[in-house]
Design a binder for this molecule. Sequence first.
Ligand SMILES: [Zn+2]
Length: 214
Amino acid sequence: MLNLKTSDTSLSEGKANLVALSHLFYEKNWSLATSSNYSIVLCKEPLNLLITASGKDKQFLSLDDFVTVDESGQLTGSKNGDHKQSAETLLHTAIASKPGVGAVLHTHSVASTVLSNKYCDEGFLEIQGFEMIKAISLDGIKVTHETCVKLPIFANSQDMVALSNQVNNKYHTLPKAFLIAGHGLYAWGKDLSEAKRHVEGYEFLLEVLLKSGF
Ligand SMILES: [Zn+2]
């Protein structure tokens, strides 16, 4: 069972929660073939982020498959075998260092891959008129099914410094999530429970749009 109590996350509690979440997301086909990364803020200042190590199979993710990193994405704490941080760690640290962010989740679903590619030139995907939009908590806005959410799409890049700079520059406009074209979804929340709800909400909405022929 996933028991998400992350307001004051300890290292062992954070690992256990992310392992359970990993197995769940794998079963939903959002984290196949070692894709995806999940992170939890252990300490905000200075930032210490618990994040899945690079290249781990999310179906079989274990308590040993994590590293901790600082704000610049460098490993902290004692070395854990040959575990490395993923190249995408910089996107996690860019978001996790912002006030009010407790967890960041990145998935690679079919719906997010197809739709982000299709609407990349527009730069965003507009979502409106669905009850599930209420799953998304936006700062200073009472979200209803009529709220129009503009989900930004960044061009895919292997240059994570450039990509994280783009995310930093647009952060105040982001609806607790964004897409990378042909790649996947990043979503976050004040804790792991809210971040999970945002991934589930957005993945549901993206699947609805895909199946509706958008
Ligand atoms: Zn990715």
